[in-house]
Design a protein around this ligand. Structure first.
Ligand SMILES: Cc1cc2nc3c(=O)[nH]c(=O)nc-3n(C[C@H](O)[C@H](O)[C@H](O)COP(=O)(O)OP(=O)(O)OC[C@H]3O[C@@H](n4cnc5c(N)ncnc54)[C@H](O)[C@@H]3O)c2cc1C
Ligand code: SF4
Length: 339
């Protein structure tokens, strides 16, 4: 690991001041916030991330950054709440099960105890070429090429990728957040702002090294998830190579409002072979106003992956993704929902 300076911030304002850097520092940003460190320290040890300064935000005095507040309008989740705290919160388990399940099915208990949800949404791809500095990688070193295009691309994206990068976004919770129309509160030297969660991550395009629309040094302070008739009948289905401690090969976050058997409203997030947290509006459109039958779910799943572009080793993820979505929709239909 390379040398760096360490500073423990006492509150959000001082953290943001310490992290204020020039706007062209997206590549290997010289200043990084340290939350749980489970992504950052890992990548520093691999020499993939090389910050020269860490601003420790794990003990900020701002209590609202770790609180979870549930009201009739929705739930506000401070970015410094841990994955375990959010997964285990009674109101979230009852009213937003998809948020809880997507966290329970992520990583390991030790990581969920340590990692914060702000860091969780900003985790980096698990692309093996990105994590090994001996390979060319446009995301790590812009302009060097993408080793995955003709390499081992079983873990890579079929939706949203570009010719410059086919990495997949690995997080589970973000798939639930995008399905539930969450938004993000941030703080920077310019002050606080709010943005839709769907606008947080950037598809790779020709600049895969710029992964989010956050300005350098912009701090995520909270997530807001609006309440709705669909949030109680919600679930997260994750398919992986082994049943625990593994990233998704395919996943689906569903939030469903039924009128009898007919779909009044449905929200669909897809995870696994996607370049950024993915919302499938095509599939939603096909389902609204129709009975939720297996045939209709199959048609929606087909639409969800209609734009898929596969490579040598990842074509299996299209039928797997479709089947995952169909199963998730059928499970959501038969969920028992307390009123
Ligand atoms: C072995 C292993 C298995 C895993 N399995 C899964 C899995 O199955 N599913 C899954 O979803 N995840 C998985 N993860 C990823 C894990 O969930 C993330 O590493 C973790 O959530 C990151 O949170 P953190 O607090 O440790 O972030 P850190 O490592 O501290 O930070 C990550 C990044 O976010 C930035 N950051 C942190 N907080 C903020 C903030 N508030 N505002 C702005 N920037 C911030 C940091 O500067 C850094 O760049 C796994 C990780 C490991 C190591
Ligand atoms: S897929 Fe993206 S992260 Fe992986 S090698 Fe290619 S450019 Fe790098």
């Amino acid at each position: 690991m390379r040398p760096f300076t360490y500073m423990r911030a006492t509150d959000a304002q001082s953290a943001v001041r310490a992290a204020a850097v020039s706007a062209d520092s997206h590549v290997r940003s010289p200043v990084q916030y340290l939350a749980g460190g489970t992504t950052l320290i890992d990548l520093m040890k691999l020499d993939v991330m090389r910050p020269t300064q860490l601003v420790d935000i794990s003990r900020l005095a701002d209590s609202r950054m770790r609180e979870i507040e549930a009201t009739s309008a929705g739930v506000r989740i401070g970015s410094l709440a841990t994955m375990r705290e959010v997964a285990d919160h009674p109101a979230i388990r009852r009213d937003y099960p998809v948020l809880s399940e997507s966290l329970w099915l992520a990583a390991s208990q030790q990581i969920r105890n340590m990692a914060h949800v702000g860091g969780n949404v900003l985790q980096r791809t698990r692309c093996a070429y990105f994590r090994d500095t001996s390979w060319p990688c446009n995301k790590r070193e812009p302009g060097t090429g993408c080793s995955a295009l003709d390499g081992m691309n079983r873990w890579h994206a079929v939706l949203g990728a570009s010719e410059q990068c086919i990495a997949s976004y690995p997080g589970d919770w973000a798939t639930a957040l995008i399905a539930l129309d969450a938004s993000v509160e941030t703080l920077s030297e310019k002050g606080p702002r709010s943005l839709r969660f769907s606008a947080l991550h950037r598809p790779p395009g020709s600049t895969p090294h710029i992964e989010t629309n956050l300005a350098p040094g912009e701090l995520i302070t909270a997530f807001l998830v609006p309440a709705g008739a669909h949030t109680r009948r919600s679930l997260y289905l994750k398919i992986r190579d082994r049943e625990s401690y593994e990233f998704a090969l395919a996943s689906a976050a569903i939030a469903l409002d039924l009128n009898g058997d007919t779909v009044r409203d449905v929200r669909i997030g897809l995870g696994g072979p996607v370049s950024v947290p993915w919302r499938s509006r095509e599939a939603e459109k096909l389902l609204v106003g129709k009975p939720l039958t297996e045939a209709n779910a199959q048609a929606a799943a087909k639409a969800a992956f209609a734009a898929a572009r596969t490579r040598k080793h990842n074509a299996f993820r299209v039928p797997l993704g479709r089947e995952t979505l169909v199963r998730a929709l059928m499970q959501a239909r038969s969920m028992e929902v307390a009123v």
